[in-house]
Structures are given as C-alpha cells and as structure tokens.
Design a protein around this ligand. Sequence first.
Ligand code: SAH
Ligand code: DHB
Ligand code: MG
Length: 222
Amino acid sequence: MSQELWTAVDSYVEGLLIGPDAALDAALATSVAAGLPEIAVTPSQGKLLFLLARMVGARRILEIGTLGGYSTIWLARALPADGGVVTLEADPKHFEVARKNIARAGLAKVVDQRLGLALETLAELVEEGAGPFDFVFIDADKENTAEYFGWAVHLSRPGTAILVDNVVREGELADAATTDPQVLAMRRFHDALAADIRVSATTIQTVGGKGYDGFTLAVVGG
Ligand code: SAH
Ligand code: DHB
Ligand code: MG
C-alpha cells in the first residue's frame, strides 16, 4: 500500500465523480501562485464536505481555517439561496487570496470572511449572537483544536454536525509517547471528546492524494 496507489485512486474518483471545475481549479492554482501552503482538502474530501453539509440541510456553516478558500467554496455551494458561511482566517495574505477565489466562484455574498485569530473571532461571534450553525468545519492551527471544538459546540444546536480535519496524522494519534505538539493536541482533543456528554463522535482514518490522515465527525446532542 503506497502513496502512489492512494493518489491513483483519488485521480480515478476525481475523474469520474468530480471533474474539472473552473472556480475550484482556479482557487488551487492562485493559491500555489501566491505561495500558500498546499494543504487544502483534496477534491474528493471537498466533495465530502459538500455532501455532509447537504445531508444535514445546512443553512449556516462555520469554517475555522480558510486558507485560499478551496474548502470554503465547496461548503458554500452546499447552501440553499438564503444560507451563509462564516470562515475564519488569521493570515492576511491567505484571507486576500481567498477573497478573490470566493468572488470568482460567485460566492462573495454567501461567504462572510473574518480576519483574525480564531479564538478571538469565535468570542466575537458569540458576542454578536451569531449561530447556531448547522455545520462546522475545524481546520486551522491544530494546537487549538480542542478549544475550537468547545466554541463550535457553544455555537451549535442539537443536530449540528462538526467535522475536524487532520486528526490521525499518519497514525501518530495512537502513539501515547508522541512528543509532536500537533499530535499531542489531537490526543488532548480526543480525551476531551471522550468526556463530552454533549456530543456523539467517531474518528475515521483516510488515505488519498494528501497521504494518511483522518477526520473526526461529531453530532451535537447525540
Ligand atoms: N480549510 C482549508 C485549509 C486550511 S489550512 C482548505 O481545506 O482549503 C489552515 C489555515 O488556518 C491556514 O490558512 C492558517 O493561516 C489558518 N490559521 C492558523 N492559525 C490560525 C488561527 N489562530 N486563527 C485563524 N486561522 C488560523
Ligand atoms: C497539513 C494538512 C492540512 O489539511 C492542514 O489543515 C494543515 C497541515 C499538512 O499536511 O501539513
Ligand atoms: Mg486540513
């Protein structure tokens, strides 16, 4: 089992079930051209975000970690006409690349981009009375994942789905002796999840074009 094989299967699935898409392809190309890290979700994962948001009938979506707006576009496309995405980003350069990409996708009116440290913006959203959100995607700095999950639940209603990216880290999640701060953060997040009676959750390992990692999926009130 190899990265080459995982990439080949992703390409096969993309060719049949996703295909070329001007706005999404441009979002990735402009992100590379601007020197952003190539860490967006893969096309098949982007479509999973779209499908999950559709499955919960999401009208209001919260995303933590915009980067160039690739996942944001997938999420925004899942919304009904009166829906909206709020997406949080700390890096002004990423924010600006995403702004153009979201506009090119025709989604500028659907997406509310907030620039700033997510922990601060999340507190502001609560102050504003934002939410409840129907779907939350957590994909920013991994060290704060447990805190972001806490805010996500706070901004939720019973039935809200929360998806967290990059939780498995090539299997290091299961290594009790790990010293990697990002893996330690994901283990701390899982400890919190295990003790959290407000949610029902599981973690699914994934392989694909971006390697071996995984998602945690949780439902509030489960
Ligand atoms: N969801 C995107 C990828 C996000 S990458 C996609 O799949 O297309 C993670 C992003 O989180 C980066 O753009 C990074 O700048 C941002 N980030 C890191 N720390 C942050 C923080 N404290 N607050 C908000 N955003 C942060
Ligand atoms: C990486 C991947 C991600 O999906 C992310 O959000 C951050 C970092 C990575 O592969 O380093
Ligand atoms: Mg990610």
